[in-house]
Write a protein that binds this ligand. Structure first.
Ligand code: URA
Length: 434
């Protein structure tokens, strides 16, 4: 099939045939079309959309464009959680050990920080020695012995997505529900999982800023995941302020250890427990109350913390960070932003805090940038706190004074102090089932 005919079909708002979709995905993975033809079709999809059947077929072809893992030889339900990304979103490191304690096998393939949002791989690499580049054999051993393997996407997995994501990033075609659905799920289908819980973030610090957009993405992911044989459910969760109190790689690992000790803020702990419980409910086919009780037991007994220690050890990291978090990278300097008036913290804008953390070195502006695992931001006064003038609101952990200077205006802008009480809203906004 000729590229020009396929592009014209979508340009004119017609659905693409399965053969046309296969031709497009093969060209993205193996060459055969010029980049301008691939991007013309991406733009046509961005403008015209895809129907659910097209999106499901597109996702399947993308997943099959590369390697797929199979774990049939390992007993237990294979379940993962994936988030559309946020600021301070560290739930993976808390829920994976808890889910494994409840009998699940969690083959988790994650990404690096993107734009203002952090990435699980960068957080894990803050742990001295931790390796995210496991071979398939090493991953199999980790899943068999510990129940969790946390890895990055290798070049062999969904190569069509790798190519198309790069083109989307450069041509303003990222924010499209069929394209996002296929991109996320192609990698999840390749993981060899039976069930998936999607955490779709909504709000100022999320990919989707409004509830209707988040709902549309969640419904698309749930429908396409199930159409491709992976039981998929979604939770739409709020991302207006950072989750927990820590933003930045080593700081977030420290908060995960605190959470597994039962000593972290309630928002991050409750969300991680809720997501883990949903994984357990789907994987073990139990009722919601039993799934929640099992996860809470794993947390309260300390089993989750011990499992995290084993995961770190299994992947070459220094397990002593569990008892001595000072072994995590520490930034040499601190700067405190204080309240410029008395009042109540009405908002801590996640997007600006996320960008500021990236500017400090916690994330990358370009793929090749070096990440400084030690830097970040600690929230001293959460949304809803009453403060006096001069009270500390954000504590910046930094290495380079020049980077602090560029990040400070964004952090100042992120703080919103007003009059009158605010009650922090429930993080879980809605649940989407097939
Ligand atoms: N994450 C992905 O992997 N792909 C997208 O398109 C968006 C977020």
């Amino acid at each position: 099939m000729r590229a020009i005919d396929i592009i014209r079909t979508k340009r004119d708002g017609q659905p693409l045939s399965p053969e046309a979709i296969q031709a497009f995905v093969s060209a993205a993975a193996n060459g055969g079309w010029e980049d301008y033809q691939l991007t013309a079709l991406l733009m046509a999809v961005w403008l015209r959309g895809m129907n659910p059947d097209e999106t499901a077929r597109f996702t399947k072809c993308m997943a099959e464009s590369g390697k797929s893992y199979r774990w049939d030889d390992i007993p237990g339900p294979k379940v993962d959680k994936h988030s559309t990304g946020g600021v301070g979103d560290k739930t993976s490191l808390i829920l994976a050990p808890l889910a494994a304690c409840c009998g699940l096998v969690v083959p988790m393939m994650s990404g690096r920080g993107l734009g203002h949002s952090g990435g699980t791989l960068d957080k894990l690499e803050a742990i001295p020695g931790f390796r995210v580049g496991l071979s398939e054999d090493e991953l199999r051993t980790a899943l068999r012995t510990v129940g969790v393997g946390m890895i990055g996407q290798s070049a062999e997995v969904a190569p069509a997505d790798r190519k198309l994501y790069m083109l989307r990033d450069a041509t303003s075609t990222v924010e499209s529900i069929p394209l996002i659905t296929a991109s996320i799920l192609s990698k999840k289908l390749a993981e060899g999982i039976d069930s998936l819980v999607m955490d779709v973030k909504v709000g100022l610090g999320g990919f989707m800023k409004t509830l209707p957009d988040a709902r549309a993405l969640a419904k698309s992911i749930v429908s396409v995941g199930n159409a491709n044989g992976v039981r998929t459910e979604a939770m739409i969760t709020r991302m207006d302020a950072p989750l927990g109190r820590m933003v930045g790689n080593a700081l977030e690992v420290q908060e995960c250890i605190d959470a597994l000790r039962g000593e972290a803020p309630v928002d991050i702990t409750d969300l991680s427990v809720a997501l883990a419980a949903r994984m357990v409910e789907m994987g073990n086919k139990t009722d919601p109350a039993k799934a929640l009780a099992d996860v809470q037991k794993a947390l309260k007994s300390g089993a989750g913390l011990e499992k995290f220690r084993k995961i770190i050890e299994q992947q070459g990291g220094d397990p002593r960070v569990i008892d001595d978090p000072k072994r995590l990278p520490q930034a040499p300097h601190r700067h405190i932003l204080t309240a410029n008036r008395p009042g109540v913290v009405h908002g801590l804008e996640a997007f600006n805090i996320g960008i500021a953390a990236t500017m400090l070195g916690a994330g990358r502006a370009k793929a090749a940038d070096h990440v400084d695992h030690a830097v970040g931001v600690r929230v001293l006064a959460t949304v809803g706190s009453t403060v006096r003038e001069g009270d500390g609101i954000l504590e910046v952990h930094y290495s380079d004074p020049a980077k602090l200077k560029t990040a400070l205006p964004l952090l100042e802008k992120a703080i919103n102090i007003g009059d009158g009480n605010v009650t922090p809203e429930n993080l879980v906004v809605e649940e989407i089932k097939p």
